[in-house]
Design a binder for this molecule. Structure first.
Ligand SMILES: Cc1cc2nc3c(=O)[nH]c(=O)nc-3n(C[C@H](O)[C@H](O)[C@H](O)COP(=O)(O)O)c2cc1C
Length: 173
């Protein structure tokens, strides 16, 4: 059996929830990113890194984009609907082209609870909402519509079933 680590960075818990499910399925070690030293990454045959999406970046991804792993699988968790979202910019921004050829990336849907957001995150979302409202109706993206629909409330899209492609991929590595 391969020695697998699931390392995650989560602010509001949705990425942590996915990381727990994945670690359970794969009998992997579960580690919070801030407790991991870069040199530890090479202790594992496969590192699965999960980070929440914040303003088009993957939380904490520098841990695995700047330090070597034997084999790296990445998953992102965002509000956006994975099936209809283009993640090219996010991945290009987070990983060099050399890295991008070596890693496998999966995208999962998290959620949002405005009641839990920090002041700064509330302000960022309010700013984003104003921007969307200024965008002509015909130019609004699916993400824009989702933001307006869910703004101010609580939505939970975490779904254990959606980890299956990642789990199957890692089992086959
Ligand atoms: C300030 C802020 C910025 C966000 N930016 C994005 C984004 O760029 N793309 C996206 O899909 N979701 C975005 N989200 C939604 C989060 O990715 C989503 O809530 C996710 O489930 C958070 O993961 P966590 O619970 O592990 O922290 C943002 C949320 C906040 C509060």
């Amino acid at each position: 059996m391969a020695n697998i680590a699931v390392i995650y960075k989560s602010i509001y818990g949705t990425t942590k929830q996915y990381a727990e499910w994945i670690a359970e399925e794969l009998s992997a070690s579960l580690l919070e990113a801030s407790n991991v030293k870069p040199a530890q990454l090479m202790d594992y045959d496969v590192v699965i890194y999960g980070g929440g999406l914040y303003a088009g970046g993957i939380a904490g991804a520098k841990l695995v984009s700047k330090n070597p792993c034997k084999s790296l699988v990445v998953f992102t968790v965002g509000l956006a609907t994975p099936e209809i979202t283009d993640y090219t910019d996010i991945i290009t921004k987070s990983f060099t082209s050399e890295y991008r050829n070596k890693i496998k990336v999966f995208h999962l849907q998290g959620g949002m609870d405005y009641g839990q957001l920090s002041m700064i995150h509330k302000a960022m979302m309010a700013f984003k909402k104003k921007e969307v409202e200024k965008t002509p109706l015909s130019e609004r993206t699916n993400d824009d519509l989702l933001l307006l629909e869910t703004y101010g409330g609580k939505c939970v899209f975490t779904d254990r079933e959606t980890i299956k492609p990642l789990v199957d991929y890692v089992r086959a590595v």
